[in-house]
Design a protein around this ligand. Structure first.
Ligand code: TXA
Ligand code: MG
Length: 327
């Protein structure tokens, strides 16, 4: 692995693209200081250029290179949650190219908690701009095979770190409005995308309130950092209740559709309906959600009925991704 990591750092230095594991999902990385390299990410993902990227760092001591006007709250959260599944939105420093931020004056920063990712970032030494390593709007990859299947040889190197432990993307918290919080005490950190680091965990670390953006409460509302048509398999995703899912499955089967059910409790479904088990608590559900979406596509389902977990802890992130998949 040490050799592969060194090779990855070389590819990054040369302006190439490296897919790498993180604890959340696999990322598609390029040298964040090299605008030309960053533009390749957008080309491979077919991602609109206004959609900003997260810059991955090897440690919190690099914060000051990439952000300015860093509020104390950001230092406190970095201390507590980095390396980990938390992305902070801060005012960007002059070194961040427009290509990374889509021209915005803020930048998303995170230190991932994955040994292969950390080794690569340390060997490279700079910041690595990386979105999830999937085509725009599609399911995030949680294994190296997922990346190879989707992006193939459009990536210069795929680092294999095994399956991702968390399984859904990092929590994104916007702290950029706090820089002037002495003048504007009403400013609170805002979660733009829920993840494994929950609002309660952030509030506990900060000793103050954290708000959820409208897009988290109502995922049909558009907000920076979110899109309503994300994370979707080819199968149509429908959100169901535990009590209504069997009847709905029967109706769809009667219409001649190929139907699957993803439900946390074991349900007796009609024999022609494929049952996917999200296996256990909401953390287990998060870990396997995108795998189950891919399985639904690999067997050619028309509709996937999904019974979401309780919206607590990482369950809120799972509910959010399921709602977005349902569009
Ligand atoms: O877990 C993760 O965050 C993974 C791994 C690879 O680190 N990355 C990831 O990247 O999910 P991506 O590009 O698929 O999603 C990043 C989200 C996008 O919705 C983007 O709009 C938002 O972060 N974002 C990035 N910079 C931002 C900024 N300056 N302001 C608001 N949102 C931002
Ligand atoms: Mg993504």
């Amino acid at each position: 692995m040490a050799e592969a990591v060194e090779e990855a750092a070389e590819v990054l230095r040369a302006g190439g693209l490296v897919a790498f594991p993180t604890e959340t999902v696999y990322g598609l990385g390029a040298d964040a200081s090299n605008a030309e390299a960053v533009r390749k990410i957008f080309a491979v993902k077919r991602r609109p250029a206004w959609h900003p990227l997260i810059v991955h760092l090897s440690g919190a001591e690099m914060l000051g290179e990439w952000a300015v006007d860093i509020p104390d709250a950001a230092r406190a959260l970095a201390d507590r949650f980095w390396p980990g599944p938390l992305t902070m939105i801060l005012a960007r420093s002059a070194r961040v190219p427009d290509a990374v931020t889509g021209g915005q004056d803020t930048v998303g920063l995170r230190v991932p908690a994955q040994p292969v990712a950390l080794a690569m970032l340390a060997a490279f030494g700079g910041g690595v701009a990386a979105p999830s390593a999937n085509r725009f709007g599609r399911i995030s990859p949680t294994t190296a095979d997922d990346v190879r299947a989707e992006l193939g040889d459009e990536v210069d190197l795929v680092l294999d770190g095994g399956p991702c432990e968390v399984g859904v993307e990092s929590t994104i918290v916007d702290l950029s409005t706090m820089a002037n919080s002495a003048k504007n005490p009403a400013c609170t950190p805002t979660i733009l995308r829920p993840g494994a680091v929950t609002a309660a965990m952030l509030e506990e670390a900060l000793g103050s309130r954290v708000s959820l953006s409208a897009a988290v409460d109502h995922p049909t509302v558009r907000a920076p950092g979110t899109l309503d048509s994300h994370y979707s398999p080819n199968a149509r995703v429908e959100v169901s209740s535990a009590t209504g899912v069997r009847r709905r499955a029967r109706v769809l089967v009667a219409e001649g559709l190929r139907v699957g059910v993803l439900a946390p409790t074991l349900l007796r479904v009609p024999p022609e309906v494929h049952h996917f088990d999200p296996a256990g608590d909401s953390a287990a559900y998060a870990r396997c959600l995108y795998r189950r979406f891919r399985e639904a596509d690999s067997i050619g389902l028309d509709v996937l009925l999904v019974v979401p977990p309780e919206p607590h802890g990482v369950g809120l992130a799972v509910v959010d991704r399921i709602r977005r998949a349902a569009g």
